[in-house]
Design a protein around this ligand. Structure first.
Ligand code: PLP
Length: 390
């Protein structure tokens, strides 16, 4: 068996050597490799401009996980004995809980709202453990930003600091820069699986100059304008090499978004021609990094996963069955999580790539149709679609 005929769930493509060469040559001549070099600052400025914000609003980091850690440390610092808990959704990637723990908090999982897939700020304001919570981390699931105004209000009403793990939300911030907050920092991931990538990397987005100075300080061993370690910090700095990739990626980004929109339209068209038996959740509703299928129930989900795999289509449960099912978090505190449990057994991550071919999209949808057990003689999902590769 060869692997070449598989449709992979994710096939990242970052700028090639030629596209980054000019930036790298600049690094060679300057011999400035890290510690907020000129490329890092240029990347932050360009991202801030595209977010219609001043340069301070963006501080780059070495990963999305470190962005979340430094956002927490800058916003509120390490956990304290009287408020040791962090209230977070289980419906997320394991990085959310791990980052919270690295800042000294004890994870307590809270269920999500079935409509938004995010924490419900109104319910959180009445949470019985609120008086032990030193932190609330809301997540932007699949790049869908939570209601930032409601989170600001939650922070103001309860005094509990709020940070948003918005790992996949680069496009959401780009399209809705009014959601950038002064009081609630957002962390982004620039991992290769995300639509905008530096290979590994991330950023804290926060329209708060003093807060971002603190982000800079905790990202650099607690140093700020001196070599004195004054606050709990780490090394979360982005290197010039990663910034070079990011700058080349920004150069290509408008074309990249058009390509993703084309693939999203292919999925929508295929699902129109041939009912996949469940909801297709596609960009721009979610980040362009994802095409999601929502099965009717767990039995349908199991059947669809199996049939797609049998048809050599790779799928992914991006958040697995929720963080609470990960062995490391077995002892963490938790509310009952019926929405997380149900959604985790319904959402399937389908193949998505900026250059996914029309015939591969058609294959995915055809297999979904089989999993829905359609009546004999159902229409061909390729009908009416271009069949040549992208
Ligand atoms: C919700 C969420 N948070 C954090 C991360 C971690 O980002 P990184 O891999 O850049 O550290 C991810 C990665 O996919 C994620 O999906």
């Amino acid at each position: 068996m060869t692997y070449s005929d598989y449709v992979y769930v994710c096939r990242p493509q970052l700028p090639d050597a030629e596209a980054i060469a000019g930036y790298i040559r600049g690094i060679d001549s300057r011999r400035h490799y890290s510690n907020r070099g000129p490329l890092v600052q240029q990347l932050e400025e360009r991202i801030a401009t595209s977010f219609e914000r001043p340069a301070h609003a963006v501080r780059s980091t070495s990963s999305g996980t470190s962005a979340l850690e430094v956002a927490i440390l800058a916003k509120t610092g390490l956990a304290t004995p009287d408020r040791p808990l962090a209230l977070i959704p289980s419906f997320s990637f394991a990085a959310t809980g791990l980052a919270v723990e690295r800042c000294g908090y004890r994870v307590h999982f809270v269920d999500i709202d079935p409509e938004t897939w995010a924490l419900d700020p109104v319910a959180l304001a009445r949470h019985p453990l609120l008086d032990q919570a030193g932190l609330i981390v809301s997540v932007a699931p699949y790049g869908v930003l939570p209601d930032m105004a409601a989170l600001e209000a939650l922070h103001a009403a309860t005094g509990v600091p709020v940070v948003v793990d918005a790992a996949a939300a680069f496009e959401a911030v780009l399209d809705h820069p009014d959601q950038i907050s002064q009081s609630v920092p957002l962390s982004l991931s620039f991992h290769a699986t995300k639509t905008f990538s530096t290979g590994e990397g991330g950023a804290v987005i926060w329209d708060n100059p003093a807060g971002q100075d603190m982000v800079q300080q905790v990202s650099n061993f607690g140093f700020f304008l001196s070599r004195e370690c004054k606050v709990a910090g780490t090394n979360a700095k982005m290197s010039e090499y990663h910034a070079a990739v990011g700058l080349a990626m920004l150069d290509e980004f408008p074309a990249r978004r058009r390509d993703y929109a084309r693939v999203s339209a292919l999925y929508a068209k295929a699902a129109e021609v041939c009912d996949p038996g469940g909801a297709m959740l596609l960009p721009p509703r979610v980040s362009s990094a994802y095409a999601l299928f929502e099965a009717q129930d767990a039995a349908h989900f199991d059947r669809a996963e199996k049939i797609l795999l049998g048809g050599k289509v790779e799928t992914r449960r991006w958040y697995e069955d929720g963080q609470h099912t990960q062995p490391h978090f077995a002892a963490a505190g938790s509310d009952p999580l019926p929405v997380t449990d149900s959604l985790s057994r319904k959402l399937i991550g389908l193949p998505m790539a900026h250059d996914l071919a029309a015939h591969d999209v058609a294959r995915v949808v055809r297999l979904l149709q089989q999993a829905a057990e359609p009546a004999a003689g159902a229409p061909d999902p390729t009908h009416g679609m271009a069949t040549s590769p992208a």
